[in-house]
Design a protein around this ligand. Structure first.
Ligand code: GLY
Length: 368
């Protein structure tokens, strides 16, 4: 049983540490949007693969502003959010939820300024344009025939835009995407496939596949965490019990498969992985499990999800993962993984890992 007062103290330490790391990042590399570290350093010329991480910097700055009350972080958060504004029209990525929910949505929540809300809504409408009627899914950035599990974290902004504007067609797009993902990418045991491939002529599902996982039939841990969190969000927007059931199935798989410290490997099927952990998946799962504990409606499972999330946060705020005792390391959370096959960001800090870690920590501290 985790001692909550002690954990909250560790969370405050983590937030204060993050405030120092983020200040150093924006002062040393102004207007630079990092994705993953190399040997603990943010600035390098490593490949990006795709541009999906630019919101996580502003998002962390918004959370640090709330924690510290410091005007410095607000000014930086606004600056790094403004940088993204034109991306509300970006049709090249499937990540506009990541970009705008972490930044402009947080900004809007703080101020209530409807002009800010318009940008969030436009990002949701643009995301909706990725929908393939044949197959009924939002296409991934890779190809028309490709559906990614990651998109479950970005469909929330479509639900939001649809509900804000009372747009039944947009709502239907978001719902049909979730149901297609549930049918073809979530397996009966709660594990998930990274990608589904479809026949563009007929819309027929062809097969499961992966880019960042171990095998096509295995479960990439971060993908499963995206699913757990994303289906929980879809349930919060709609009240559709199928989404809650799916998120809980993902949670069950995560908890059953992961060792007691709560941090999974990059893929549960990889035997004796060289790098034993994928800390960003743990951070996403912790934040998603806290959400799930609030919406499940079953007190026993609510307690299980909540306690398990606290276990993850307890592990991640220790020196094996938090970089506060690693001199010269520029990220917040160590032992994350971006793309093992491509050799990108392996055993490093990753921007989304730091973002969802701060989000989970913020929930433990009662900010969210
Ligand atoms: N959405 C890309 C990733 O999780 O790496």
């Amino acid at each position: 049983m985790i001692d909550t007062a002690r954990l909250q103290e560790k969370c405050r330490t983590a937030m204060d540490f993050a405030a120092g790391q983020l200040t150093a990042l924006v002062e040393n590399h102004p207007d630079y949007f990092p994705m993953y570290t190399q040997n603990g350093k943010w600035k390098h010329g490593g490949e990006a693969w795709t541009n999906w991480c630019e919101g996580f910097l502003g998002g962390q700055l918004w959370m640090l502003h709330r924690h510290t009350g410091d005007a410095y972080f607000r000014e930086k958060a606004e600056h790094y959010s403004r940088h993204l504004e034109e991306r509300k029209w970006d049709r090249n990525v499937h990540d506009l939820g990541f970009l705008f929910w972490s930044t402009w949505r947080r900004w809007y929540e703080l101020t209530g300024d409807p002009v800010l809300n318009e940008t969030v809504i436009q990002a949701g409408k643009t995301m909706g344009l990725r929908f393939k009627e044949k197959g009924e899914y939002l296409r991934s950035f890779v190809a028309d025939e490709s559906l990614f599990i990651d998109i479950m974290m970005n469909v929330g902004i479509i639900f939001y835009a649809a509900l804000q504007t009372d747009d039944a067609d947009l709502l239907s797009i978001a719902n049909r995407h979730c149901l297609t993902t549930r049918r073809y990418l979530v397996r009966g045991d709660g594990s998930t496939s990274h990608e589904g491939l479809f026949n563009l002529e007929t819309g027929e599902f062809i097969r499961q596949s992966t880019h960042q996982g171990w095998r096509d039939d295995s479960s990439w841990a971060r993908g499963l965490a995206w699913s757990l969190y994303g289906f929980g969000t879809a349930y919060s927007f709609t009240g559709d019990a199928r989404y809650l059931q799916t998120a809980e199935l993902n949670a069950q798989f995560y908890i059953e498969q992961t060792q007691a410290n709560g941090v999974p490997p990059n893929d549960w099927a990889e035997a004796n992985p060289k790098n034993p952990y994928e800390s960003s998946a743990a951070a996403i799962a912790a934040s998603g499990l806290i959400n799930l504990s609030r919406i499940t409606g079953d007190p026993t499972r609510a307690r299980l999800y909540h306690d398990y999330a606290l276990q993850i946060v307890d592990t991640l705020t220790g020196p094996e993962f938090l970089a506060n005792e690693t001199p010269g390391w520029e990220g917040v959370l160590k032992q994350g993984m971006y793309h093992e096959r491509k050799g990108l960001g392996v055993n490093e800090s990753v921007m989304w890992g730091d973002y969802f870690f701060l989000e989970a920590v913020s929930k433990v501290l009662g900010y969210e």
